[in-house]
Design a binder for this molecule. Structure first.
Ligand SMILES: *Cc1c(COP(=O)(O)O)cnc(C)c1O
Length: 413
């Protein structure tokens, strides 16, 4: 297929790669086993010499493979592996590419469960240093001879900090360190981490890529920029492949096959259906988030508003330069934190729920819920105040959202 635009590629991808009976979508393949006329082909699939073959659904099905091709296309990458959840994609990436004695440098501002996973990595002998990655100098000075990987999120949840994505990419390239970027909040509709030199890109498909909140999934995409043949932790059995392919091959075998957090065909199909409208939804939800952020920033009952599309945001310039929009994620604080519960209860449209990147606006108080287990000290280090509210803007009509916030905020004025 010749190079096509973002949405053209995703809505025509299945048909052009070939489906039965002229179907416009890849069907839901429910088989766990795949049989062959000749045993040589079965052997070829096991040995990787028969390309595109399937043997057992834990390692992929035609339906999950079609979704992998789409994600690869959206990220302009070299290949993708899908998992049952975003956390499974992150866990498989860390556990298959890091070993005891290795060192990982991460942004301090990461998804709560990723931060919790760092605790597990430490028990396995992987050293983890977390830094304020908004300043590349902090990343640089944390790097040691055994640093194998740097991990960041494009826009941090809930504080919306943006790391020096480009600067960190340059440092990683110079030192031969794998650069892993979680693109969940921006999604490939707003930003492609390949543009700043990422080696691997993580997407939680559960969020904006699916968009409907009706399926869980995750993906890791290799951008093709990193030469894994120079990476020390690739097992001998995967050294036979081309250097560029070795990282993803190891993640598929050791991560997906052995750890087993496979994406089902049903869920892959649901995600692929949602993904067709990704660019349209992200445009509308980002426009809504910007309008809400501007409204909230001007409201007398509201304190700080955290949104990279506002000029008051410390990384406004980076967001303007790198992203097509500042995303659907914003957070804000009420001046009187005591009014928080009443204000949230008075909202009629936003759903009081966790989750992100849905077509419906979602709202959640951060400290007593998603960052409760992290404890007060971690919350303080991550800039999360007791009165912080996180909002994931949906695609509703903006006038309805503004009217609803206006009436609810009267309780705090
Ligand atoms: C939600 C999320 C994840 C985890 O994804 P799941 O599909 O829920 O496992 C990882 N990173 C970020 C930034 C997220 O928002």
């Amino acid at each position: 297929m010749s190079k096509q635009g973002f949405t053209t590629g995703i809505v025509h991808g299945d048909r052009i790669s070939g489906t039965e009976h002229g179907g416009v979508r890849q069907p839901i393949h429910t088989s766990v086993q795949y049989g062959f006329e000749r045993v040589e082909d079965l052997i070829g699939v096991f040995q990787g010499t028969k390309k595109g073959g399937f043997n057992y659904a834990r390692q992929g099905t035609p339906t999950t493979a079609a979704l992998e091709r789409k994600i690869t296309g959206l990220e302009e990458g070299a290949g993708t592996i899908c998992f049952g959840t975003g956390m499974a994609a992150i866990t498989a990436t860390f556990l298959t590419l890091l070993r005891a004695g290795d060192h990982l440098v991460s942004s301090r501002y990461v998804f709560g469960n990723t931060n919790s996973l760092f605790g597990t990595l430490r028990t396995l002998g992987v050293e983890v240093t977390t830094v304020d990655a908004c300043d590349v100098e902090n990343v640089k000075s944390a790097i040691r001879p055994n640093t194998r990987m740097v991990f960041v999120e494009t826009i941090a949840n809930p504080g919306t900090q943006i790391p020096d994505l480009q600067g960190i990419g340059a440092v990683c390239r110079e030192r031969g360190i794998a650069y892993v970027v979680d693109n969940t909040i921006t999604s490939p509709a707003l930003f492609k981490p390949k543009a700043v030199g990422a080696s691997l890109v993580i997407n939680s498909l559960t969020k904006t890529i699916a968009g409907h909140g009706a399926a869980l999934g995750g993906a890791v995409t290799d951008t093709g920029l990193f030469d894994w043949s120079a990476y020390p932790n690739i097992a001998d059995e995967y050294r036979r492949s081309a250097g560029k392919d070795q990282g993803l091959l190891q993640i598929r075998k050791k991560g997906l096959r052995d750890m087993g957090a496979a994406l089902s065909s049903e869920q892959a199909h649901a995600i692929a259906m949602g993904a067709e409208t990704l660019a349209l939804r992200v445009k509308q939800s980002s426009d809504n988030a910007l309008a809400l952020a501007q409204f909230l920033e001007g409201h007398e009952a509201v304190g700080k508003v955290f949104y990279p599309g506002l000029k008051s945001h410390p990384q406004y310039e980076i967001a303007q330069a790198l992203f097509k929009g500042a995303s659907w994620l914003l957070s804000f604080e009420l001046l009187d934190a005591e009014r928080m519960i009443d204000v949230v209860n008075a909202l009629e449209l936003p759903i009081k729920a966790t989750g992100l990147g849905d077509t419906r606006t979602l709202i959640i108080p951060v400290a007593p819920t998603i960052f409760f287990e992290a404890g007060a000290q971690t919350r303080k280090a991550m800039g999360i105040s007791d009165g912080m509210l996180r909002l994931s803007a949906g695609i509703e009509d903006i006038d309805d959202l503004i009217a609803d916030f206006s009436q609810a905020l009267k309780l705090a004025a």
